[in-house]
Design a protein around this ligand. Sequence first.
Ligand code: ACO
Length: 212
Amino acid sequence: MDYKLITPEYYEEVIKHLRNTFFSDEPLNKAANLCEKGEGNPDLELHSYKTLEDNLSIMAITEDDEIAGVILNGLVRADQNACQKKLDLSSDENFKKIFNLLNYINSKVNFFDIFNIDKLFDIRILSVDSKYRGRGIAKNLIEHSIKIAKEFNFEIIKADATGMFSQKLLRSHGFDIMTELYYDKYVDEFGKPILKVESPHIKLQLLYKKIA
Ligand code: ACO
């Protein structure tokens, strides 16, 4: 398995990979019923393309040039409110449910003030094809991302870790919990959970790692 920075000629293949994996099986996408395996989602695809354009994303690729996994990393500047912009533009209610939640947890923390920084390395999408899972690919993608963040002089990496396995993985790479939210406590005006996230995933964690 080779680990490479994702260059534009791979963007379409990456989106194809995500349609078969992350778009349908990431815990929040699954809870919101965002799409079926293999289906596209215009908002999530735009979000992915925009992140790819930051040139910080990495893929795990087989000898046969098949994408086994990806980690899409974005750059956030202090004056950006990327999450809110995505919400304002979207007309997909399920997508909005997810980004409202991500926006809500991120609004509780201002990394730029806390760490006196002007840019943030944001791990946005971590996805491994089901047939390649359990072989340490996600672990390697995280390690390569930490290396790139260091090379580009980032001081802080953050991630919204939505499931138990990504939380365990990132914690084992020295990520700490900035804040967390139990899914059954994120409710509508009638007290009903807005996203019914399947077990074993019980909470969303906003994680960070200081690298400088
Ligand atoms: N069941 C039990 N343990 C698991 C599982 C699982 N389904 N997946 C990973 N783990 C554990 C492994 O046992 C391993 O632990 P260990 O080092 O103590 O042995 C550790 O997590 C690392 O496993 P990897 O093999 O590196 O992980 P993998 O390559 O299988 O990918 C991932 C894990 C990315 C979570 C994959 O299951 C996936 O793509 N899931 C769907 C999308 C998703 O949920 N992405 C994360 C959302 S958060 C975000 O994107 C920022």
